[in-house]
Design a protein around this ligand. Sequence first.
Ligand code: AMP
Ligand code: MG
Length: 428
Amino acid sequence: MGTFADPPAGIQRTRVTIAEAREIILDSLSPLGSEGVGIELARGRVLAEELRSDRLIPPRDNSGMDGFAVRAQDLGRLPATLRVVEELPAGRATHRKLGPGEAARIMTGAAIPQGADAVVMVEATEEAPSSGDAPRGSVRVLASVRPGENIRRAGADVMPGTLIGGPGTRLGPAAVGMLAAIGRTQVRVAARPRVAILATGDEIVEPDQLTDDGRIASSNSYALCAAVSEIGAVPVYLGIAPDRPDEIEARFREALRCDAVVSSGGVSVGDRDYVKRVLSEMGGRLRLWRVQMKPGAPLAFCTLDNRPVFGLPGNPVSTLVSFEQFVRPALLRMMHHRRIYRPVEAAVLLDAYSKPLGRLHLVRVTLERRSGALDARLAGDQSSGVLLSMVRADGLAIVEAGTTQLPAGSEVRVQLLGRDDLQAEPGF
Ligand code: AMP
Ligand code: MG
């Protein structure tokens, strides 16, 4: 049995930079189709249709204040006493036209009666003693108003034909509200990929099967499920394959029911690292293996049956950091998102960091914003197997391949984890 210290035949690219790997991966993807969903389930989904209003919002001129609908010209001399001829709570329409010297008591949101051209807010009025010809009383107005004042015009929000969003627009709470406002209960959005998640390794067991024989729990499976569901994709849990080619192949065959596949472990140069070989034998097109980064170097990426298959390295931090750099943007792109990258921001690294020349390091840091500037500190032990520092990390500081020493106080750029997708461009 040979090892895979040299790239197996057929691999397209090896020892690529993060940027090159990302490009190879994104170039090989096809976006998923679309589906209709009820608006109550639309938050976070990406529009797959052009969305235009077919109506005026608001539908009628209406009052922006509680007060009195008036004719502005009646308030030339102050205080002015007007007869209150009607009460208009929100939702009540009237056909009565306001005449000279008349006012209608009106609530916020009620349609403006004909004849009125402004609303005086209630705070600028006093009740006047009622008289026989004004059964609802009179009002004394203490301040003048300009025509149009305190009136919200029909269509001020949207007009028929106004573009609300198009393919690629992410639906947040305001967009969901707008869908309801224009009378839509269903909307067409990008489908959510089903993502198969499998682990490999003779030493790996389910968390409830841990004994004292030195085996370790498959933290990767659960971390990956969480990372997949965090972005609105659907994790499909496929368990753990022992280090045997037939077992690994059986899991990958099962995984092809899904739209994408993410495995962890078994892609390095050990005698029992079978994942790449199995994928090739299944007809997978291995497009890259090994990225010049730490943690996470031995990433394998292939397409099999037109699906992206990510063979992530097994060390728990390598798994998650590789997911961040490659799988997450890929899945977001499949879901039609335009902004697929975490934001990258400048920070001051308060601890010193040193590394050998050659590979780019993504260093786990905690972050604190202090009067505008971002302070970064090492989040703990940076070994690829130490998950606790990843638990504590707020970001990954980018230490370039050519850098060896960063003295305390150096400026670094940090990829912000736990933040939403704000960037259409990768940032590094
Ligand atoms: P491998 O890439 O298969 O050589 O795995 C490297 C190391 O990652 C192993 O020695 C394990 O300690 C760890 N590892 C592999 N798979 C998992 C997993 N599913 N969950 C947690 N740790 C893992
Ligand atoms: Mg292994």
